[in-house]
Ligand binder design. Structure first.
Ligand SMILES: [Cu+2]
Length: 476
């Protein structure tokens, strides 16, 4: 009996046994299995199963373990992940505010980064002055949903799990015992957990043609400069409160990336560097957030080197599909659940509550817009601008200022803190990080204390020397 036919027979046998056990006649009719003769069963296959130890449906003990006390003494690395559930007013693009719900005073919530096999000890605390309860459903876990029961104001809860599967996973508020979960998530209560593969990431292979056009392969080390991009929507009333009726008909008030509409577009500092004048816009269309008075919610760009391995962790936190595309680039590799899904693809689709890791190399110096290739999403905020290399020929200015030429502007201006995930296996450290995001003042103070740069304070000091350098070079 050939292998394929043998496998089909095995499936048929299982179906018949199932039908007998559950009293269904449907399966019998479908495959005519009522006359199945067990004496003719595929003995070879059954023998092989026996030799392999039989069908033991027993989970490894550690897999099912969720007792914090046991896990903390298991020898595994334990990550103490502390979150608070807090409501705050957060700024909108038009200068108004909306009623945000946050984990730990920021949207998105803090990113958790662990290695496959590590233990996550999650504690959610709700301050006593918070009006409603909140929960936290972490998709990186595989524990009963009962653990996500909501926590009342003034109380705290903890659960533990082993992060068994590598990948990027959403976490989100589960509402008040599931009630109003949509409101809480779409008002800002979400974040991601990145679970690095136990053996690290793989090298990136990019197909290139060399010589007279023959196919060749170029390999990049697994170490990469990393970013995180989380897509969501806001559904708001004119008063800035959650509008469920808009959500039900998918009419978003705004599309946000890491909590912001058009958060990653040029600002006044870029005007100054490129045009010698903070008021001379680089892009009249895109610069919705260029004022330094906007402080940490002004626009920021994402800077990378050319020919550098870039890894982007992307999660669809929202209520609409994300058609992830980078204008002018090809996604060299798409990974979901630690399995490569595609290579050299133009666009990849993420449904709600779906994540992926995109690896790519920006080949040419230039400006590249990452978008949700849904026009409604683009026009309502889903534009993220990457700048690769030195497309504006700023290195002569950098040198005129007495510094060394740089492979990307990240070395001068830094990358925005909310787009930079914590370091993990195979991370390249960002040369500088500036403060950018939907944060409360307390979170901003903490970021400053940790060494992040407040560009809105630094740029006015640099304006004079930069202008002088540009004049010396005859650019203005
Ligand atoms: Cu909540």
């Amino acid at each position: 009996m050939n292998k394929r036919i043998s496998m089909l027979f095995t499936i048929a046998a299982v179906a018949v046994v199932g039908a007998t056990l559950f009293g269904s006649t449907y399966t019998n009719t479908q495959i005519g299995g009522s006359s199945y003769d067990f004496s003719k069963a595929d003995v070879e296959v059954l023998d092989k199963i026996r030799q392999m130890g039989g069908l033991q449906l027993v989970m490894p003990q550690a897999f099912a373990e969720t007792d914090c006390g046991v896990l903390e003494n298991s020898g595994r690395t334990v990550h103490d992940f502390q979150l608070t559930g807090e409501s705050h007013e957060m700024p909108l693009l038009n200068g108004a505010t909306y009623s945000a719900m946050t984990f730990s005073g920021q949207v998105p919530g803090p990113t958790l980064r662990v290695t496959q096999g590590d233990v996550v000890k999650m504690t959610l605390t709700i301050p006593s002055d918070e009006m409603v309860g909140h929960g936290n459903d972490m998709h990186a876990s595989q524990i009963t949903a009962g653990a996500f029961e909501s926590v009342n104001p003034g109380e705290s809860t903890t659960y533990c799990y082993i992060a068994e599967s590598a990948g990027i996973f959403k976490y989100h508020c589960s509402g008040v015992k599931l009630a109003a979960m949509d409101q809480h998530v779409l008002s800002g209560m979400y974040g991601i957990a990145i679970v690095d593969p136990a053996n690290g990431y793989k090298k990136l292979m990019v197909e290139k043609t060399s010589g007279s056009g023959e196919l060749d392969r170029k390999f990049y080390d697994a170490d990469a400069l990393e970013f995180q991009l989380q897509y969501n929507q806001l559904y708001l009333t004119d008063a800035g409160t959650y509008d469920m009726s808009k959500m039900m008909v998918h009419q978003q008030s705004a599309t946000v990336v890491n909590g912001m509409q058009f958060g990653y577009v040029p600002n006044m500092a870029h005007n100054l560097l490129v045009n010698g004048d903070p008021a001379k816009k680089i892009s009249a269309v895109l610069q919705a957030r260029d004022g330094l008075d906007l402080e940490q919610v002004q626009g920021q760009l994402l800077f990378v080197e050319n020919d550098q391995h870039v890894r982007i962790f992307i999660e669809n936190q929202g209520n609409e599909p994300v058609f992830f595309h980078i204008v002018g680039e090809i996604l060299d590799r798409v990974t979901q659940g630690n399995r490569v899904q595609s290579a050299a693809t133009e666009t990849w689709l993420l449904g709600g509550s779906q994540g992926m890791i995109v690896d790519l190399v920006f080949d040419e110096p230039g400006v590249y817009a990452a978008v949700n290739h849904d026009y409604a999403a683009i026009y309502s905020g889903a534009v993220t601008v990457f700048v690769a290399g030195d497309p504006f020929n700023l290195n002569p200015i950098v040198e005129e200022l007495g510094m060394d030429a740089v492979p990307s502007y990240a070395y001068v201006l830094g990358n925005p803190s909310d787009a930079v995930p914590p370091m993990g296996l195979n991370s390249i450290a960002h040369p500088a990080v500036n403060i950018h995001g939907m944060y409360t003042d307390e979170v901003v103070s903490q970021l400053k204390a940790d060494g992040a740069i407040p560009l809105w304070e630094v740029v006015p000091e640099l304006a004079g020397p930069i202008t002088d350098a540009m004049k010396a070079l005859g650019r203005i």
